[in-house]
Design a protein around this ligand. Structure first.
Ligand SMILES: C[S@@+](CC[C@H](N)C(=O)[O-])C[C@H]1O[C@@H](n2cnc3c(N)ncnc32)[C@H](O)[C@@H]1O
Length: 283
């Protein structure tokens, strides 16, 4: 049994000027790798959560809602959502203008904006605000005092906010995998980014204004080669990710050998990390 993944979709991981993202693109080879990794992650996460969002807004989106996607990158999520919900209007914001897609569906627009400087929208505009895979782009203080308050400000009363990302802690982690992952965690800490911020997100989301019907759900994302329906895409994603991590940990090492060891460890140990979704409704 296999899993159907979207074909031909291209996503680019961009990075803000102060980005702590070690997957930053700085050459064409990396760009292709990041497009592939990002597209795979999008597809896998949609499968493991059984959808592109978890907030209870399906009927609202079907009838027509206004949706904001902060840090939309090249727009994989927003474009897929726009074809699933043609009556809704989708607005993305992105700090790096060169990755803003030129060709967009009619119900999609993208605005260049740095969320840390405030979003260029009036209060109470959107029915749904989505912010995905930006957890490690901001410090704890930025999340609590700038990013979350901005998301809530532009939400209508009764609108939903959803924050989602992967946790950087790998369960059943082998020795070599731990070594390369730990280099990334130390790097984030050196940039004042908490690699375990996911454990504080619920508190930050409710610190200024309490959200109602708040939910937190998480799902395992498998690493290595597991014998199940997600075997192929997850194995590809794991390998590509370990290549980047191994290179980052020690550029002079034999990257292929390090990746092979990590993949073997993850396969034998059944290693995984959790992907989280936090969502709630503005009162
Ligand atoms: C890892 S990518 C995620 C893209 C998309 N949300 C997804 O899930 O595929 C993070 C994106 O956030 C953007 N970004 C980083 N800092 C930002 C900021 N301060 N304001 C707006 N966008 C930002 C980056 O340029 C990048 O495109």
């Amino acid at each position: 049994m296999g899993v159907t993944l979207s074909k031909g979709k291209k996503t680019e991981i961009g990075t803000g000027p102060n980005s702590t993202n070690i997957f930053t693109i700085n050459n064409h080879e990396k760009l292709d790798l990041e497009k592939e990794r990002s597209c795979l992650r999008h597809d896998i996460v949609r499968v493991i959560f059984n959808g592109n969002f978890s907030s209870p807004i399906y009927d609202l989106l079907k009838s027509g809602a206004k949706v904001l996607d902060i840090g939309c990158g090249q727009g994989t999520w927003i474009c897929e959502m726009s074809s699933d919900f043609p009556n809704s209007e989708f607005v993305g914001t992105e700090i790096v203008d060169k990755i803003i897609p030129h060709m967009k569906p009619l119900n999609v627009s993208v605005v260049k904006a740095n969320v840390l400087e405030g979003l260029p929208f009036q209060d109470n505009q959107f029915d749904f605000v989505n912010i995905r895979n930006l957890l490690y782009d901001f410090t704890e203080s930025q999340w609590e005092n700038l990013v979350i308050p901005e998301c809530i400000r532009v939400l209508k009363n009764g609108g939903w906010i959803e924050v989602s990302d992967a946790e950087l802690k790998v369960e059943n982690c082998g020795k070599e995998s731990f070594r390369v992952i730990n280099k990334m965690l130390k790097f984030l800490e050196s940039k004042n980014v908490n690699p375990f911020i996911v454990y504080r997100l619920e508190e930050f989301m409710n610190s200024k204004e309490k959200l109602q019907r708040f939910e937190h759900i998480s799902r395992p994302f498998q690493l290595g080669v597991w014998n199940n329906a997600l075997q192929d895409p997850c194995a590809r994603y794991s390998k590509d990710t370990f290549d980047v991590l191994a290179k980052f940990a020690d550029p002079k090492s034999n990257i292929d050998a390090v990746t092979r060891t990590c993949m073997k460890e993850c396969t034998i140990n059944r290693s995984y990390f959790n992907v989280h979704r936090f969502y709630g409704q503005k009162l």
